[in-house]
Write a protein of this length. Sequence first.
Lengths: 249, 268
Amino acid sequence: MNHNTGCLLEIQDLSVRRGNFLLEHINFSLQQNEIFSIIGKTGSGKTLLLEAVAGFYQPDHGKVLYGGTPMCEIPVFRRHIGYLYQDYSLFPHMTAFSNIAYGPKIQGVPKAEIQARVKEIAAQFEIEHILDQYPGTLSGGEQQRVALARALIMRPSLLLLDEPFSALDPVTKRNMYDMIQKIREDFCCSLIFVTHDFAEAERLADRIGVLIDGRLCGIVKSNELYSAQWGLEVLDFLGITTKKSEGLQ
Amino acid sequence: MNRREHNIFQSACMLLTLLTILFIGGNIAVIAFRGIRSLPECLHQPETLFAVYLSIKSACISSILCFLLSIAVSYVLTKTRFFCREAIEILLELTMSLPNIVLGLSMLILFSSPLGKALKSAGFPVVFNSSGIVLAQLVVNLPFAVKLTSTAFRGVDQKLERVAGLLGATQGKCFFTILLPLCKNTLISAFILVWSRALGEFGATLMLVGVTRMKTETLPASIYLDVSTNNLGGALASAFILLLISAVSLGIANHLAKANRKLSRYES
């Protein structure tokens, strides 16, 4: 995989159809160590786009290039991608420790090293005290930290997060925002996260893409979200037209 | 629906429920109370002991084979995409809805053909031989087992397998570390149900291997022979043994299903 160019991921004219829904002509690229956010309404295709980026679906058109190689050509177990689902998808029959240790164990890492690595990452995410517990007994915030630790223990080059903060209370949310920035610094990975919260995207991402009805309407730097030249659809989604008309009244 | 109509509807439903329970319970009671009286005497007869032994042995072998095959078939049906998948599912469902005696007849014709003769000369006689009992039970139970295991596999959230894959698990490792452990209890309870069905199988066995005392005599075959020779006590004793085995296996299956529901709650 070529990481020298700085471009980790390139989506070229990607179209994916699932049932009646069509994700069409998506183009964007992701740089090394960049945080990219995709915002859109519920049902706009955010999760489908994220899953297509992960290579779970064969594109109907276009490509997802990961380090220059089409994603679908890389076997799933060799992709080095972390994926955090909205419900965290922890393995319910394993303790938090076993969840985090799953990746290294599968790859045949010696037991002593697994223990050390899990303890180290658990300390980073402040979850040492819940390592013996099963996912069903953990709070949403704890589950999320276990899921992040499980993904990051494999040192992925790319971390995909599907609405990671939607189920968290405001305090836990703020803590997780800081954690996301820390993840970028400590693990040197690029992140793509989808959300419907503009403030969240503005705060965390370097760039933001707006997805409406399966079309990526534009990509801007996060500080330009409200000042960029958008079409009516996006302005309406961002609530800008409403604000203007309210101002006129 | 006003209050009076509601009361009439509820009373009618309760009456029908009571009649149903009386009907089913009456049958069970006849076997339980009359069978237990004949049991001590029949347990000393070599025919009964042979039937119990043959039934349990053939049910165990056929259920193990059935489950190994059904796990492979279910995995293919639920985790892969290929053009004739639906056709295979329809074929299995059709087999499930066919009377066992029809399946037995088709097997009799199949194994009476040169294939069956070749198998016999290779040391594996099927027709009118006790090894045919295993095959008869297998063909009757396989579609049922595939249905149960497929349902269990479909119940596991696909996201878990995707995550495991991204963490480096190959499909095989994913199967053994995620899919199988999460379905474990459902699969065990399904195995028990399949085993009880195999134990009670009669139609296909009758057609393929016939009913011969101390040769192809399973418990259901023993009941049939006893009734034919006017030995009602022997038939009721065999029926009681089947009832007992079914009750125990049902209890275990229900217990395991309950444990699995608990695990699902943790998952959510």
